[in-house]
Design a protein around this ligand. Structure first.
Ligand code: S3P
Length: 489
């Protein structure tokens, strides 16, 4: 995937807005050799895929490496001292963007024998000025975490992303980083592209998250590594804690205290020296969700997804599916790299609609599109609340879900931050629609799932974006028995 630069933010009159940051024609951003190599991660996927109902799904597969953990492994490895090795790293476009950024900043990141990645870090505070523009493509996690990691080292970096990323809010990260001493120029309306100028003398802060975002929390914690003293992040609602756990593995000093029933304070001691680690990345529960929900919905199916991360702060979808009556067994629970993993056994199930409380949103924030599809096949209505953040994901997911479901014959009520889905029951979802994925990988995979269990096939446009998180999706699904083919483009 070659990101398209948001040209409107790059130019001011006829002059480039940012010095040395020359706009390229839309869609023709030059790829660096590294970037071109990284693009080989991408399996050949079609712009347009068609999922047809039919065969049951059966078999045993391993989930791709967790995306959140893969980003963090690459970043922590890049700022540690020594050589970090990473097995089962997610080789997707989003993680490629993080690898590319770490190389720009001076770390050596290479794919070694047997798919093991080797990262030689620069040490905390060791990033150098990048040559050229860092392009984060579609990846919000790369952009926000890397901005955090580099914001307390006195370097200047020009950063951009694809059109969708350039529309996403960056002020939520820039604001705490500015409190620590970082500055930026460009970034009209606090969006990419912008030039980030790292702090010469960063100061520690106590920062209360205004939105429940693990990306913002992580940006501040990574920034704090190169800052004297202790920095605290207070999160009123718990969000995924992978950064805290991984930094501890690398030797950082982190205290986590529960300040009331739901609120936590995470305090990190700066000027840390991180020591290289040998990591093995557990499977991604957010990607496994597409395999599991397809199995629940397609009759006579049974699959095993091995080595799936079951961190409690990522389990909202699985808790909800179980409340809906899904048969999913968690077997062989064990610990890997400071996280718990299990093998998930899923069987076709009859689902019943439920009300999902707003407080569960942070633990299933990426899973609402696929949950909405499950809800379409349930008996009775499902109410999803506290969905405001879905409007600023890779697409406006709330509207994309509602429009897609309606096109497939489902009744949906949408408010600014909630959805009510009138389940049609397992045998009555029409499908037969052409769905606009809005270039959003999770919307694409969700509606392909719907097509596998509906009455008529579903066509999904923009399905090449699946490569951002799950490049092997189509191969794995078809190996399990699904019928997903290329459509006419
Ligand atoms: C992520 C956090 C979530 C999630 C994203 C990955 C992370 O974003 O949507 O896909 O790895 O920290 P927010 O923290 O902004 O909700």
């Amino acid at each position: 995937m070659i990101a398209t630069v948001c040209q409107k933010f790059l130019t001011h009159g006829t002059e480039p807005l940012l010095k040395g940051f020359s706009p390229s024609p839309r869609g023709s951003l030059k790829t660096t050799p590294d970037r071109a190599k990284l693009n080989s991660f991408q399996t050949e996927t079609s712009q347009c895929l068609v999922a047809s109902p039919g065969q049951s799904l059966n078999g045993s597969v391993t989930a791709p490496g967790d995306k959140s953990l893969s980003h963090r492994a690459v970043i922590c490895g890049a700022i540690a001292v020594g050589e970090t090795t990473v097995r089962h790293l997610l080789e997707s476009d989003d993680v490629a963007a993080t690898i590319d950024a770490m190389r720009h900043l001076g770390a050596i990141v290479e794919q070694g024998e047997n798919g093991i990645w080797r990262i030689r870090g620069v040490g905390v505070g060791g990033f150098r000025d990048p040559v050229g523009i860092i392009d984060f493509g579609n990846s919000g996690t790369s952009a926000r975490l890397v901005m955090g990691a580099m914001s307390t080292t006195p370097i200047t970096a020009q950063i951009t992303g694809d059109d969708a990323l350039c529309r996403r809010p960056m002020g939520r990260v820039l604001e705490p980083l500015a409190q620590m001493g970082a500055r930026w120029s460009g970034g009209q309306g606090e969006h990419l592209p912008l030039t980030l100028i790292g702090a010469e003398l960063p100061v520690p802060i106590v920062y209360r998250l205004p939105v429940p975002s693990a990306q913002v929390k992580s940006a501040v914690l990574l920034a704090a590594l190169n800052c004297a003293g202790r920095t605290s992040v207070i999160e009123p609602e718990p969000t995924r804690d992978h950064t805290e756990r991984m930094l501890q593995l690398f030797g950082a000093h982190i205290d986590v205290s529960q300040t009331n029933e739901s609120e936590r304070q995470i305090t990190i001691t700066g000027h840390a020296e991180l020591k290289a680690c040998a990591l093995s990345i557990p499977g991604d529960p957010s990607s496994a969700a597409f395999l599991i929900v397809a199995t629940l919905l397609v009759p006579n199916s049974h699959i095993i997804v091995k080595d799936v991360l079951i961190n409690p702060l990522r389990m909202g979808l699985y808790d909800t599916l179980s409340e809906m009556g899904a048969v999913i067994d968690f077997q062989n629970k064990r610990e890997t790299c400071g996280e718990i993993v299990a093998d998930l056994h899923a069987t076709s199930s009859t689902l019943t609609g439920v009300e999902v409380p707003a407080g569960r949103a942070p633990s299933m924030i990426d899973e609402y599109p696929i949950l909405a599809v499950a809800a379409a096949f349930a008996n009775g209505h499902t109410k999803l609340q506290g969905l405001g953040e879905l409007r600023v994901k890779e697409s406006d997911r709330l509207t994309a879900i509602a429009d897609g479901l309606r096109a497939c014959g489902i009744t949906v009520h949408e408010t600014p931050d909630s959805l009510v889905i009138e389940g049609a029951g397992s045998k009555s979802v029409q499908g037969g629609a052409q769905i606009n994925s809005h270039s959003d990988h999770r919307i694409a995979m969700s509606f392909l799932t719907l097509g596998l269990a509906a009455k008529k096939p579903v066509t999904v446009d923009g399905a090449h974006m699946i490569a951002t998180s799950f490049p092997q999706y189509t191969d794995i699904m078809n190996k399990l028995g699904a019928d997903i083919t290329r459509g006419a483009e």
